[in-house]
Design a protein around this ligand. Structure first.
Ligand SMILES: Cc1ncc(COP(=O)(O)O)c(C=O)c1O
Length: 416
């Protein structure tokens, strides 16, 4: 497919962005690396790698407790990163940013600290069929503990949330909380989260948005969204692994009990009883992933400095190019044809197992993912066990999209 000129990014801009990622220049065997597994994790720009290295070389110390210079510098770096994240997602107050290990831990925190004390037998936790296991299993665990039920809103054949069904569930079921993904990691569907949030608000239902994929794909503004909670992971936003964010409305966070106990989250400890700090410290027990937070802050600052709108348009053009190229191959079926899509092309190829497709492509230096993408209920919905998934990021090129298509054509010939 020819890409609109308006969507073509200047080659020097793309080269500059790409040049920021040292890992991308390497070869896999004789082939240049084509990294198309960005929905699993994005690569890291030098700015992030340098920030983490600099932190360990120059500032490393434990935070919040020390009076010495290094501890104060480490504490400032940690809290500056919190401020950067708050600004990045439009949170009114830095205290609304809780650092977690990732999206998974953020959802667990809300499930156990916010939902569990409120849930009664028979209450419904409303999800969608396209959720990642990270936004299913914590709710199942808390439902088991409380007698609540997890009910998924269905998705259509195209991979969109059935909004009529979603609204009806909100109207007819005793929904205590709704949690849904902004951008699907397995289909690339961009959900109408504003509409979903408005429907939940109208029903008086608190909400959690899984923004794991969205933060690198779309502007995310929690104040505009007016969600109760939002979760994401640093490693899908050009930052380090093992660090993530829970945003919550201040009143909720203030009212929530601690999720884990330990150092740094207490006001006073005695064997007669312990009192706790307010949010966010209340939810950050023990020595946190300080270097990860510093790296995440650097990632956010690096990303904010990029021409994001143009890069997203470029990425959308990559997805369209790959989708059209793959759809033209005999035996290919695209899984997920929503009107609004970002980053991801999931596909099947006749009788070829997705893992075989992934292995063939790897032999050509092309990294994709094969399997259920931690979305087994969604795969079951489509009567499949998994897909081959190419997922793009801002640094991928049209040539890489074309190399994917050419390589899949070769795989198709092999299996025909
Ligand atoms: C949509 C979505 N939600 C949640 C997660 C879980 O993220 P993490 O493993 O970083 O906690 C992922 C990771 O693939 C994801 O894509």
């Amino acid at each position: 497919m020819l890409v609109d000129n308006a969507q073509e990014i200047a080659p020097e801009t793309l080269a500059e962005v790409r040049g920021a990622f040292p890992i991308l220049g390497q070869k896999i065997g004789d082939h240049p690396l084509v990294y198309l597994d960005n929905a699993a994790t994005t690569q890291k720009p030098l700015a992030v790698i340098d920030a983490v290295t600099r932190y360990y070389r120059e500032d490393n110390a434990n935070i919040h407790r020390g009076v010495h210079a290094l501890s104060q510098r480490a504490t400032s770096a940690y809290e500056d990163a919190r401020a950067a994240v708050a600004r990045f997602i439009g949170a009114p107050d830095t205290r609304q940013i809780v650092f977690t290990r990732g999206t998974t831990e953020a959802v667990n925190l809300v499930a156990w600290s916010f939902a569990r004390p409120r849930l009664k037998k028979g209450d419904v936790i409303l999800l969608t069929e396209m959720e990642h296991h990270a936004n299913i299993v914590p709710w199942q665990l808390v439902a088991e503990a409380t007698g609540a039920r997890v009910v998924p809103a269905p998705v259509t054949d195209a991979g969109e949330v059935d909004m009529d069904a979603f609204r009806k569930l909100l109207e007819r079921e005793p929904v205590a909380l709704a949690a849904f993904v902004y951008i699907s990691n397995s289909l690339g569907t961009v959900n109408p989260v504003e509409t979903m949030l408005a429907a939940a608000r109208a029903a008086g239902v608190p909400t959690l948005v899984d923004a794991a994929q969205a933060v690198s794909q779309r502007p995310v503004d929690v104040a505009a969204l007016d969600c109760d909670f939002l979760a994401f992971s640093g490693h899908k936003l050009f930052g380090p692994t093992g660090i993530g964010v829970l945003y919550g409305k201040q009143a909720h966070l203030e009212a929530m009990p601690p999720y884990q106990g330990g150092g740094d989250m207490i006001a006073n400890v005695s064997f007669a009883g312990t009192t706790f700090k307010g949010p966010p410290e209340r939810f950050e027990a023990g020595t946190p992933h300080i270097a990860g937070v510093v790296g995440l802050g650097a990632a956010v600052e690096w990303f904010e400095a990029q021409p994001r709108e143009r890069l997203w348009a470029h990425e959308d053009a990559l997805v369209r190019r790959a989708t059209e190229g793959l759809a033209g191959i005999d035996g290919v079926r695209i899984v997920g044809t929503a009107r609004e899509k970002a980053s991801v092309v999931s596909f099947l190829l006749a009788d070829a197992h997705p893992h075989d497709i992934g292995t063939f492509l790897d032999a050509e230096g092309i990294a994709i993912r094969a399997g259920h993408h931690c979305c087994q209920p969604l795969m079951t919905r489509y009567g499949i066990t998994g897909t081959a998934r190419a997922s793009f990021s801002i640094y991928n090129t049209m040539e890489e999209a074309d190399r994917l298509v050419t390589a899949v054509r070769r795989v198709a010939r092999f299996f025909s």
